[in-house]
Design a protein. Structure first.
Length: 244
């Protein structure tokens, strides 16, 4: 691991805890997750062999909380006047972007780990489909990576932390609620299965449900990286634009 990358990564990840944001976000995540699980999710009334109640509202919870971490990624650099200094250091834009993104993603994984004791506790109460649960955790890991990439990119295009937070929530909400199935109806009489598959492959919920139901395909994994990678590329473009 390059020293410059490691330095930025460590600084960013440690900064979450120095500011106190990390502890607040972790606490709110636990509160929202378990409130959604036991109340809105109907934990005691549904078949929870796959922890369905817990994973039911995870995307919505992550939409609200991950931007609270990523919103400061680049806005703080501009506000504190350290962005110019960072960009003049012997570190490429790509490395700087990946370091901040990696720190946000790692925090997202730490956030998800808060729920692991709940998984263990439930296993003592009822037999669980652990492979299905692993599949659901995998999609949550991919979601945190995708949301972190988009959140960092939004932060790079903004100088105000609050605005970056609001726009990030809006972008993530649009991604999660994107549903282009209405385009399929006019094409019902067209024998083009490829068209139908392409349209459905753009729907976030389709891929999320595939993972949660344990029906993982390569297209499901590709979907998240197809959002993540362009977002990081836009982040690099934003830095190059600010440098110029």
């Amino acid at each position: 691991m390059p020293i410059a990358f490691k330095t930025v990564f460590n600084k960013e990840f440690a900064g979450f805890f120095r500011s106190g944001n990390a502890y607040i976000v972790l606490g709110i995540y636990a509160l929202l997750s378990f409130a959604a699980t036991f109340y809105a999710g109907g934990y005691f009334s549904l078949d929870n062999t796959s922890l369905t109640s817990f994973f039911l509202y995870q995307p919505e919870i992550l939409i609200v909380l991950l931007p609270a971490i990523t919103m400061r990624s680049w806005t703080d650099e501009r506000r504190q006047g350290t962005l110019e200094y960072l960009l003049t250091q012997p570190i490429s834009y790509v490395s700087a972007v990946l370091a901040k993104f990696g720190a946000a993603w790692l925090f997202g994984l730490l956030m998800l780990s808060v729920s692991l004791p709940f998984w263990l506790l439930t296993s003592f109460l009822t037999p669980l489909d652990n492979l299905n649960i692993l599949s659901s955790y995998l999609v949550c890991i991919l979601i945190t990576g995708t949301f972190s990439a988009l959140g960092c990119t939004v932060s790079a295009f903004n100088s105000n932390t609050v605005i970056a937070y609001i726009i990030s929530i809006f972008v993530l909400w649009c991604l999660c609620n994107l549903n282009l199935d209405f385009l399929i109806t006019p094409a019902e009489n067209i024998s083009d299965d490829v068209f139908v598959r392409v349209i459905r492959s753009l729907n976030f919920n389709k891929h999320y449900q595939d993972f949660v139901s344990g029906q993982i395909g390569l297209d499901n994994v590709i979907y998240f990286f197809s959002v993540m990678i362009p977002a990081l590329w836009l982040n690099v473009i934003a830095l190059e634009f600010k440098k110029k």
